[in-house]
Design a protein around this ligand. Sequence first.
Ligand code: PMV
Length: 313
Amino acid sequence: MKSKASSPAKVILFGEHFVVYGVKAILCAINKRITVTAETIKENKIYIKSNIGNLELEPNKDISEINSPLKPFYYLANKLLENQKTGIKIDVESEIPLGVGLGSSSACCVAGAAAISRLFNKTSKEEILELAIEAEKTIFENTSGADCTVCTYGGIMEYDKKNGFTKIESEPNFHLVIANSNIEHSTKMVVEGVKQFKENDENRFSILCDKESKLIEDVLDLLKKNNTVELGNKIRENQEYLETIGISNEKLRKMIQIGQNKSFGAKITGAGGGGCIIALTDESNLEQTLNQFKEDNYDCFSVKIDFKGLDTF
Ligand code: PMV
C-alpha cells in the first residue's frame, strides 16, 4: 500500500511578533511544496528518507530520545502503526528552504500526517490537521498551529490568539519575491529579544501594537479590493515597525532596500534576525525585482498564493 500527499509552504504577510501580544496576523500559503510518499512494508521498522538525511528506527521508541529534525515523521508513523504488524517507509521531497520561516516543518507535518494516516484510513482534512499539530509539537512545543492550518487549507488567513483562524475569501493575484538571507534564525531567541524591548518600554510597545492593529484592518480592506500598490505601502509601514522592535540587521536592511527599489514594498517575513524577506510585485515589476536580487547574488524566487492547500494522491 502506498499513499502520497503534498502541502504548500507559507509566509506571514503582516503581523509577526505583534501576534504574540494579541494583534491579528495575516498568513498565506505559497506555491512551493513538500511531497511525502508513505508505503507500508513487511518489516516492522520505520524508514525516513529526505534531502536533509535519513532516519531508520524500530517502532515504540520514546519520542524524547530522538534528536532529529525528522522526529515528527517518526512520531506520526509510530502513532499510526499502533496495533499493526507492518512497518512504514517514508520519502520526503521538498522545494522549500529549511529553517528560514517559510513553514517547512509545518508543511512536513501536514503532508506527513496525510500520507501516513491515509495508508490505514480515509482521514478528513480536520483530522489530518489535528495530527499535524500534534507532530509539530514534538519540535515546537508551543506552536500556535497557525502554520499547519494555513498549510492544510491554503489561501489567506487571519489569525489571532483569542479567536484563532478565519479564512479570508479574497483571491488577490499579486506575486511575491522571496529572498533568503541564508542566516538561520532561532525564532525563540528573536521572540525573547522583542519581549525585552517591550519590557524596557511598555508604553512605546503598546503604541506600536495599536498601530499594527490599525494597519491590519486597512490591509483586510485592501485585500478585498485587490489593491496591490496600497498593500505595498502597508508592507513598507509594517517593516518600519519591525525595524523599531529590533528584529532586523544590516544584511536584512540591505535586502529590504533592494526589494523596495523595484517592488511595491518589502519586509521581513517571520521571526527576523535572519530568514527571508518578501517583496510585493505584480506582472509589471516582478522580473525587475527578481533581477535586482540576482544581480547582487541573493537566493531568490517568486511565488503566488496557493489556494489548494493539502493535496492527496
Ligand atoms: O519565522 P517563523 O515562521 O517561525 O515566524 C515566527 C512568528 C512570530 O510571530 C515571530 C512568533 C510566533 O509564535 O507567532
